[in-house]
Design a protein around this ligand. Structure first.
Ligand code: FUB
Length: 319
């Protein structure tokens, strides 16, 4: 069963799972998974890696033109809800850049909000001052009445947001926060419409200055706010976390959730979710593309907390 080995390893101070199904999606490349529980099912909103040829993007780089969403009632059988948004549908996106990187999605008041980065057309940059690091990546939002889409994008990216890897967290009081990364982590309150910032942009500077860090994902458990993120402390990304007593920190570093990929995938990218009384770490490796780590596959393993709320290290289960 899913929990047998997980429970044994938990006793030993590690966590893992008996899925036997990693990677989760086997007919296409997927990466950067955000998992959410919606109406009793697990929905996963990942990136969609494809292979670029010389007429598209950069053949040796990430190539991503659209998103699919997947759902499951048992973490084993996955339904592909099809393509929910493509770069060609987003009025502000540079549809020659194939840069629809890591997304996030969340439900609020019966509507579903899908957040995604993309390189923007030049004229969009002229309308909104370039970000602190001059990034051409913007973050957009698209809305649907159902989690499986299709999603309708807003005409403009979210103003004052420059960077990648959007993450949205809604606190118990209903206040929504948007996080993103661009060398540092940034955060801001969102308006109730979920489409505009409602505060200044906070720079979360308490994270390691050395080594790339990206992919912030925030969740709350027992009054502790956890910020999880991939960080290059050595050669490739490992998943770390920090905690705070409120959504905008300051966060205090706690440790490593998952070590560098054992199969040489340079990136990793995570989300953490509780489903049917078990916590899970969703992440990616390059199981189906060992020689090209920009074609990745999403995975999940059980995750455990100790009595103080510290996260035990997750050891990836291989096939
Ligand atoms: O998928 C493209 C980029 O790779 C993501 O935005 C990063 O988090 C890394 O996983």
């Amino acid at each position: 069963s899913i929990k047998c080995l997980a429970l044994l390893l938990s006793v030993l101070g590690f966590s893992s799972a008996c899925f036997g199904q990693n990677p989760l999606i086997r007919d296409q490349f997927t990466a950067d998974p955000t998992a959410r529980v919606i109406h009793g099912r697990i929905y996963v909103f990942p990136s969609h890696d494809i292979k670029c040829d010389s007429t598209q993007g950069r053949p040796d780089w990430f190539c991503m033109e659209d998103y699919h969403v997947f759902s499951s009632s048992n973490l084993t059988d996955w339904e592909d809800h099809g393509m929910i948004l493509s770069q060609y549908q987003v009025p502000w996106a540079d549809s020659e850049s194939f840069s629809m990187w890591a997304p996030d999605a969340i439900e609020k008041d019966g509507k579903f909000y899908f957040y995604f980065p993309s390189k923007a057309k030049t004229r969009e940059l002229e309308n909104d001052a370039p970000g602190v690091n001059g990034s051409s990546f913007k973050i957009g939002v698209a809305v649907s009445d159902q989690p499986g889409g299709p999603y309708t994008p807003e005409n403009q990216p979210i103003a004052k947001v420059d960077g990648i890897d959007p993450n949205v967290f809604i606190d118990h009081d209903g206040q929504a926060y948007l996080y993103w990364s661009q060398h540092h982590f940034y955060g801001a309150k969102l308006k109730p419409n979920m489409k505009e910032l409602d505060s200044e942009v906070f720079t979360l500077k308490e994270f390691p200055a050395k080594g790339l860090k990206e992919g912030p994902f925030v969740f709350e458990r027992n009054g502790i706010y956890y910020m999880t993120y991939p960080h290059v402390a050595n050669k490739t990304e490992r998943i770390e976390y920090a905690i705070a007593d409120n959504p905008l920190g300051p966060f205090e570093y706690q440790g490593v959730i998952m070590d560098e990929s054992p199969v040489g995938c340079w990136t990793n990218h995570q989300s953490v979710v509780e489903f049917e009384d078990q916590w899970y770490l969703f992440y990616h490796h390059n199981d189906y593309s060992p020689d090209f780590d920009k074609n990745r596959s999403i995975r999940a393993d059980s995750l455990f907390f100790d009595q103080e709320g510290k996260i035990q290290k997750v050891i990836p289960t291989l096939r």
